[in-house]
Design a protein around this ligand. Structure first.
Ligand SMILES: Cc1cc2nc3c(=O)[nH]c(=O)nc-3n(C[C@H](O)[C@H](O)[C@H](O)COP(=O)(O)OP(=O)(O)OC[C@H]3O[C@@H](n4cnc5c(N)ncnc54)[C@H](O)[C@@H]3O)c2cc1C
Length: 448
């Protein structure tokens, strides 16, 4: 019997693990473990947790429809695996590979537990389009790519040669085992999963985007007043749709190039998380003590007096959605104009973003604070008013999210309100000086 644990692959087709289980021809014990370390009591009621659990509910429905068993458990993954391996004749433990520091430590423990029971542990790359290790070997470089454009050139070359098409095994092709009631009871969820809505069918959203917006994506993606992007990041990050399936839908479409490039950005952040030893440690490499949290809550509560910032934070707080351009604008405003350390904003997005994912989120925050590979230069600071005038000239977005400003006429809609908490020009000058100091403070060392 194979023990398979669903993690960031909440779907029932096109999984590397399903191909492996089918190949071994054995029955599977399929579980999803709600891990209290990841699903804290705060997070499970915030947009990021709600979105994730909605996808778990959908996964549960898919198993039921296919007449197969999925066991949803709660607790420390190593303890659960230990109990299962102690009671079942498991011949292999299979998971999809994950790359965050927590995930690596967790999987190390799982591997050790499996070893104690004499069970092989197989972790299959399944989150990215390129196989990260294989790509690195293919590129044949000593140093990893630090800039996106050359990375992308090589990425395209690799994809042409080695793109792995979607797998064909469905959950209904597999035999799945029951779980002893004693085990289900011992690791029962402490909340009611049925309280969460079942996530919508993800392929419909993708199909609508390809039909309606793909051709105009390059021009439309930054016009955040109208929804010109796919909004599938949450679907990709929970694995509700496989990245291979998505890519295959847009492969070879000439007007799909700009969008495929964004899928490569997703791979680039995961690549950095593996090959940049500092990726999760920049706050320890630089002295951030010139920054503080004094203005953080005004930013988080949409009370800065800068209309586009407050509109964006209102959308985020209310819906868990935020267009990419406004993630950059709000992140840069917090880290530069308000001089708050990036980990504060990163942690806030972790709770609030419905599509939260560790690597692209950290990548975005590092970019805004001029740290890490291919980051924004410290002296190039986005002006939120100019950004708003450029990408939403009529102020449609601000009027939608701040109805109290709906009647403000013309370009005035973009301008700071009288109670604005910072002067944009003065705070920009100050930030340039402070970040120059921060970038000078770099220390070298291994990850803590
Ligand atoms: C500060 C900050 C925080 C961010 N946090 C997250 C996060 O937690 N989760 C997350 O998935 N993305 C994050 N991003 C990246 C990006 O904003 C979102 O992926 C994008 O807005 C999702 O919308 P979409 O699905 O409509 O994307 P589309 O524009 O339709 O792009 C298609 C897909 O490409 C990928 N993609 C697009 N832009 C980027 C990008 N800049 N970086 C990496 N991948 C990209 C996403 O998987 C996306 O779904 C963050 C960016 C910034 C600046």
């Amino acid at each position: 019997m194979i023990l398979f644990i669903h993690r960031k692959d909440l779907r029932t087709q096109d999984l590397a693990a399903f191909e492996r289980i089918a190949g071994l021809g054995e029955q599977g014990l399929h579980v999803f473990i709600a891990d209290p370390a990841l699903l804290t009591s705060i997070r499970k009621d915030e947009h990021s947790g709600v979105h994730f659990l909605s996808q778990v509910r959908r996964l549960q429905e898919l198993y039921i429809q296919a007449g197969r068993n999925l066991h949803i458990l709660y607790g420390d993954p190593a303890e659960i695996v230990d109990s299962i391996l102690g009671q079942y004749p498991v011949s292999e433990l299979v998971v999809g590979r994950d790359y965050t520091p927590y995930a690596l430590a967790r999987d190390h423990k799982l591997e050790k537990k499996a070893e104690q029971h004499g069970v092989p542990f197989t972790s299959l790359p399944d989150q990215t389009l390129i196989d990260l290790e294989d790509f690195h070997a293919f590129a044949g470089r000593k140093e990893p790519y630090k800039v996106f454009t050359p990375f992308y050139r090589k990425w395209k070359e690799y994809m042409e040669l080695f793109f792995r098409p979607p797998g064909s095994v469905l959950v209904s092709d597999l035999r799945t085992a029951e779980l002893e009631p004693e085990l289900s009871d011992r690791f029962r969820l402490p909340f009611v999963l049925e309280d969460y809505p079942v996530a919508e069918e993800p392929s419909i959203r993708l199909a609508d985007f390809i039909e309606d917006d793909l051709h105009n994506y390059e021009q439309g993606r930054d016009q955040y007043g109208s929804d010109g992007t796919s909004r599938i990041s949450g679907i990709l990050n929970t694995g509700a749709l496989s990245i291979r399936t998505v890519y295959q839908r847009v492969m070879g479409i000439p007007e799909g190039e700009a969008w495929r490039r964004q899928l490569a950005w997703r791979d680039f952040y995961l690549y950095q998380s593996v090959f940049d030893p500092d990726f999760y440690h920049y706050e320890q490499r630089y002295d951030l003590s010139l920054l503080d949290d004094k203005l953080f809550s005004a930013w988080a509560n949409a009370e800065t007096g800068i209309p586009v910032i407050d509109a964006a934070m209102t959308q985020l707080n209310e819906t868990g959605q935020l267009p990419n351009r406004l993630r950059m604008v709000t992140a840069m405003f917090l880290t530069k104009n308000l001089l708050c350390p990036f980990p504060l904003g990163e942690a806030y997005f972790r709770l609030k973003l419905a599509d939260y994912d560790n690597a692209p989120n950290r990548g975005g925050w590092l970019w805004s604070s001029s740290l890490g590979f291919d980051a924004a230069p410290y002296f190039r600071i986005m002006n939120p008013v100019n950004q708003s005038e450029k990408f939403d000239p009529l102020g449609t977005y601000i009027r939608r999210w701040l109805p109290q400003l709906a009647d403000v006429e013309g370009r005035e809609i973009h301008r700071p309100r009288p109670h604005a908490i910072v002067d944009l020009k003065a705070s920009r000058e100050r930030a340039i000086g402070v970040y120059k100091e921060i970038l000078r403070s770099r220390t070298v060392g291994g990850p803590e």
